[in-house]
Design a protein around this ligand. Structure first.
Ligand SMILES: *[C@@H]1O[C@H](CO)[C@@H](O)[C@H](O)[C@H]1NC(C)=O
Ligand SMILES: *[C@@H]1O[C@H](CO)[C@@H](O)[C@H](O)[C@H]1NC(C)=O
Length: 315
């Protein structure tokens, strides 16, 4: 009797995870193998293997750009941004991705700073970002009671990226929203500071956009892959009905994954598959080894941020 409930939950978890693997990985990769003529003929046009992505809108509208992820602490890039970070870094999108981390993660003790800064570079390498593209600032201290002012964030961003023209024509900034995922004051400060830098300075000089990561409420945050399963299932059902039941050859898309829905330019959803999730686990568990206290394992399993990111364009 005592073990009934935990066993039931474990079974539910297993079934949910298996459905997620089927929807994100088995079905898309099987379809790709049978529909992609490059894979079928074993002849490839480019130096990157055709790899499918699960994004809304499709294809991902962030390409040929300089992309800056602005984070507060080493490990934010995995714990909150890994689906979008890994997706945007994929070679086929031709982006230059840089990470700007405002603190060294020295909240507990100063000596942690060096270790965690190195860990951030290790994690970035696992994700596919060279160490030279990881910028770690040292004038902001990590902590729930540390105040990071808009003026200081503005000035730091100007110093680090504002004075020289970007490598690519379009520039994208990605950071937290006004709730900072978990109401962490450092994350919230980054939202206000980056927004100020973007609207008052950068946007006036170069073509650029700012996206913020939508904070999820408690239930959604710890919903594992349940919501993703529902979303992806409905999407694939729509596609199946259109292609096979209605036998429409035209490529119309009435699902929420629509190409041309009016809000597509202002909001981007990115889903991980099993391969991308494995990279996130490696970056966290191996890259950020010092952070792997027991409850983090649970967090890594249940958090929706590990497999889903919703980016909202600021305007
Ligand atoms: C992106 O860059 C590639 C290579 O430079 C180019 O062929 C392609 O047309 C560009 N795409 C867009 C949408 O600008
Ligand atoms: C941010 O920097 C810009 C450009 O130097 C400046 O005009 C603006 O006043 C700064 N904002 C704050 C709050 O310091």
């Amino acid at each position: 009797m005592l073990f009934r409930l935990p066993m039931l939950l474990l079974k539910l978890l297993g079934v949910t995870f298996f459905i997620w693997i089927t929807l994100t990985t088995i079905i898309p990769q099987t379809l790709l193998k049978y529909t992609n003529c490059q894979i079928q003929q074993n002849k490839f046009e480019k130096s990157n293997y055709p790899y499918n992505s699960i994004t809304s809108p499709t294809p991902l509208p962030l390409l040929n750009s300089s992309v800056y992820f602005i984070i507060g602490h080493p490990d934010d890039e995995v714990m909150f941004f890994s689906p979008s970070l890994i997706e945007i870094t994929k070679k086929k999108h031709n982006n230059d991705v840089k990470l700007i981390c405002f603190s060294k993660g020295d909240a507990v003790d100063e000596s942690f700073g060096k270790i965690r800064a190195e860990e951030l570079k290790q994690s970035a390498r696992i994700i596919g970002i060279e160490s030279e593209n990881v910028i770690i600032l040292d004038n902001f201290k990590d902590g729930m009671n540390e105040h990071w002012s808009i003026e200081d964030i503005n000035q730091s961003l100007i110093n680090k990226i504002g004075t020289s023209p970007p490598n690519k024509k379009d520039v994208i900034f990605i950071t937290f929203d006004d709730q900072g995922v978990s109401n962490h004051p450092n994350h919230i400060s980054l939202y206000y500071g980056t927004k100020h830098f973007f609207t008052k300075y950068y946007q006036k000089k170069y073509p650029s956009k700012l996206y913020v990561l939508k904070s999820l409420n408690f239930l959604e945050k710890y919903s594992f892959t349940l919501l993703t399963n529902v979303e992806l299932f409905i999407d694939q059902l729509f596609k199946f009905i259109i292609n096979n039941v209605l036998k429409l050859k035209i490529n119309i898309d009435i699902s929420f994954f629509s190409n041309n829905n009016h809000s597509s330019s202002s909001s981007i959803k990115v889903y991980s598959d099993l391969n991308m999730l494995s990279v996130s686990y490696a970056a966290m568990a191996y890259g950020h080894f010092s952070q792997m206290v027991w409850f983090r394992y649970g967090w890594l399993i249940f958090s929706r941020y590990l497999t889903f990111n919703h980016l909202i364009e600021y305007n």
